[in-house]
Design a protein around this ligand. Sequence first.
Ligand code: GLY
Length: 280
Amino acid sequence: MQLGPTGSGPASPLFPAPITVVRMRTALTRGVSPSIGQCELTHLERQPIDFEVALSQHKRYEQVLEDLGCRIERLGEESDFPDSVFVEDIAIVLDELAIITRPGAISRRGERESVERALRPHRRLEHVQAPAILDGGDVLVVGKDIYVGISSRSDSEAVDQVRAIVTDYGYDVGKVNVRGCLHLKSAVTALTEDTLIINPDWVVADHFPGRTCIQVDPSEPNAANVLRVGDTILFAASFPRTGNRLASAGFEVRPVDVSELAKAEGALTCCSLLFDSAAV
Ligand code: GLY
């Protein structure tokens, strides 16, 4: 029997049964583009990408997210957009709204339409406006702090626009200078709300006062891009020393092999947009 609002009698047309809203974690992903071999490269030399290996690593990545409780919402692959598997760059998804970015690489701007369509049912949308440029890979959200990397893909004008959009929701937005890598999240990501993992050669820890910064193993400069899903930290399998460092610090860690996607200058966070949404 379904009970009415007082819980004392049956539901009726006047007192319909309450709707149970379950929060679900969604992972928005996109299939690997067949043209990934023509991707943008900024800090890497071009090397051949084995499409089949990239596909299978990406599938495994999605499988791990699913194992950890995410509902995968997968966009169709886009052969016109070589970098489009890296959906993270196209939006910032907060609990209250989502911001569609204006990617720094002109070749990536056409990726926005499909991501925007996918996010519209989940969030109110705002947009970064020209001439500002912003890649989501430069945006690190930790609690109510939003750190934005100033890089070849993201500029100060975008930071000002993001600040204007989110201030009323209680976020603090700060600029962070990045050097030697593509995005801020190549250099630093969050392990918890209090603890970050960082490559100190690419970003200075002073930007994150009040937070503990664990350093990557010096032999693994690209290891700072980890993906937190619930209590689990996914780290790139190519960086076992940093994985061990995190395990020794008490984190529950899980390796994921994204080595073929890394040849396209992508990493773990790049391949998904994670957000909570209502499943009625
Ligand atoms: N290849 C990743 C990017 O440059 O956006």
